[in-house]
Write a protein that binds this ligand. Structure first.
Ligand code: HPA
Length: 279
């Protein structure tokens, strides 16, 4: 697991290992972020595979990430749910961070629903809100850690993939409809992905706000970049866990992020289930 770039053969080794453990053919992949993993508990006829039993699969060391794949049905849709994800700050390569999305693509998954916990930069957002991700700022990629750096996997996508519509407009419309139908407030905005693990300084946050970010987190952008490279359609939803600390007068903690998940999960579950039933 130390080589920076995973090959197609290594990706296929994982896809084969999953096929050997389930006869189900998932169409939709889901990544559940910090404190948001309990959605996986309602998957029907689940085949559960701990990450530690899959070759090459990165295992998260972060509290709040269970670390298993749950394959089954949600709202009659065949899904593969990642209960917990790994982050770049855990010290692994971008290729490893995004391996799960590559495996999803090799398994024939067409749609990725990605969730995360994020801090609100937009002053109109409150902890507990949901935010539909309409676009992202790839700061980590701009700093030289784009997950597509390295040999291009031509079988999966082009050297220079388009990112003009990273978040699928038709799926966004379904999420808006789903939220409306269930009376759930769905904020919308731009997610900025940073490496972490330290939270932002007030100066970082003022800068990010000027740059056009509405919410900040430490994940998602690499996975979405790789998803789009391979032609996978993406729906992204952030659970706002805290107000980012622009004035320097409050502190952000991981406990706060996990706690907010309890408020966010029931709303997120309504919206995601409803989107699945509309697909
Ligand atoms: N900053 C970065 N990542 C986060 C935050 C935050 O305030 N909240 C949840 N993830």
């Amino acid at each position: 697991m130390n080589q920076p770039f995973l090959t197609l053969a290594q990706i296929d080794e994982v896809a084969d290992a999953i096929r050997a453990r389930t006869s189900q053919q998932p169409r939709i992949g889901m990544i559940l972020g910090s404190g948001l993993g309990s959605l996986a508990d309602s998957v029907q006829s689940p085949d559960v595979i701990p990450y530690s039993e899959l070759p090459n699969w990165p295992v998260s060391t972060v509290f709040g990430h269970v670390g298993q794949l749950v394959i089954g049905a949600l709202e009659n849709q065949p899904v593969l749910v990642m209960q917990g994800r790994v982050h770049f700050y855990e010290g692994i390569s971008m290729s490893q961070v995004t391996l799960p999305v590559r495996v999803m693509q090799r398994l024939g998954i067409e749609i990725l629903i990605v969730t995360n916990a994020a801090g609100a930069i937009n002053p109109d957002f409150e902890p507990g809100d949901l935010m539909l991700i309409t676009d992202h700022l790839n700061f980590v990629g701009m700093a030289g850690f784009n997950p597509l750096i390295g040999p291009n996997l031509d079988e999966l996508g082009p050297r220079f993939p388009d990112m003009s519509q990273a978040y699928d407009r038709a799926l966004n419309d379904l999420a808006r409809k789903a939220a409306r139908e269930h009376g759930v407030l769905l904020q919308e905005g731009v997610y900025v992905g940073l490496s972490g693990p330290s939270f932002e300084t007030p100066a970082d946050l003022r800068f990010l706000r000027t740059a056009g970010a509405d919410a900040v987190g430490m994940s998602t952008v690499p996975e979405v970049t790789v998803a789009r490279h391979g032609g996978t359609r993406v729906l992204g939803i952030s659970g706002i866990s805290n107000k980012a600390n622009l004035d320097g007068n409050t502190m952000t903690t991981h406990e706060e992020v996990i706690e907010a998940g309890r408020v966010i999960v029931p709303k997120l579950e309504k919206v995601v289930r409803s989107v699945l039933s509309l697909l």
